[in-house]
Design a protein around this ligand. Structure first.
Ligand code: SAH
Length: 250
């Protein structure tokens, strides 16, 4: 009997480099199975660079985190495309391009890792995992129990001791971990909750999508907020499309 590679071939747990090349019948499959995931990420990196991402630490983190482990098996073939994908309960995993862009803004050219970071909207846990490579500690909060559990499941494989998953309403932030060097939101509300600004360290930066017109479901733009000793400084950047920031838990 001929030996078959695991299915899909590039999802095997051993290092992609160590595995023998997939046989031709696997490579020929239209879904792209048989290509190793490192090659997919390399391609994604080129795309991110084309989009203008320059921060070497961000590129390195995006190039090493296995996004395919955060999506359902039916979507694995799209895991390294620059697209958001459904993760259940009406929510989505963010586009890698947006994750990279927001974390680059968050780091603001810092030489080393960020200190404590708060993420609002864990979803499937992908961005929290990327952040874990770029921050001392990551506190990530999710209001949907089903996704909080899913993120815990997804992250187990990576054994990231500096990621702390929290179940709750992120509108209130997470005071126990404050002050934060950086706060990042993956869901867009009409305004940035005061709790987030309060929990941001002086010298810290917050990056969040905010609704700019038409209330919930309207246009959103990226907001960058710096908390300086002289007060808060804000700028609105490009248009983005995030799921809505909602209050309460479910
Ligand atoms: N960070 C994810 C993106 C998840 S989508 C990634 O890596 O791709 C945004 C998430 O924000 C959704 O799961 C949604 O349930 C959650 N969310 C919305 N409002 C929230 C709130 N007030 N507190 C916590 N999570 C919230």
């Amino acid at each position: 009997m001929t030996q078959r590679p695991p299915f899909p071939a590039w999802l095997a747990t051993q290092s992609d480099a160590a595995r023998p090349p997939a046989p031709a019948h696997v490579l020929a499959r239209p879904q792209g199975l048989g290509m190793d995931s490192a090659a997919h990420r390399q391609h994604l990196l080129q795309l991110l660079q084309k989009q203008g991402v320059r921060d070497a630490m961000v590129l390195q983190a995006m190039g090493s985190m296995e996004r395919h482990r955060f999506v359902d098996s039916a979507l694995v073939n799209q895991a390294y495309e620059d697209t958001s994908l459904p993760i259940g309960l009406g929510q989505t995993i963010s586009k890698p391009g947006v994750v990279a862009r927001m974390i680059e803004l968050l780091r603001n050219g810092a030489a080393g890792k960020l200190g404590r970071v708060l993420e609002i909207g864990t979803g499937c846990g992908y961005q929290a995992a990327v952040l874990s490579l770029l921050a001392q500690e990551v506190y990530s909060i999710e209001r949907l129990r089903g996704l909080h559990d899913k993120a815990r499941e997804n992250l187990r494989h990576f054994r990231l001791p500096n990621v702390h998953l929290l179940f709750g309403d992120g509108m209130a932030g997470y005071a126990q971990g404050a002050p934060y060097a950086a706060i990042i939101a993956a869901a867009g509300g009409e305004a940035v909750p005061q709790a987030w600004v309060d929990q941001l360290a002086v010298g810290g930066r917050l990056v969040a999508p905010v609704v700019t017109s038409g209330a919930q479901g309207g246009a959103q733009a990226l907001l960058v907020l710096d908390k300086t000793p002289a007060g808060v400084r804000q700028s609105l950047l490009e248009t983005v499309h995030f799921v809505p920031l909602k209050s309460g838990v479910a």
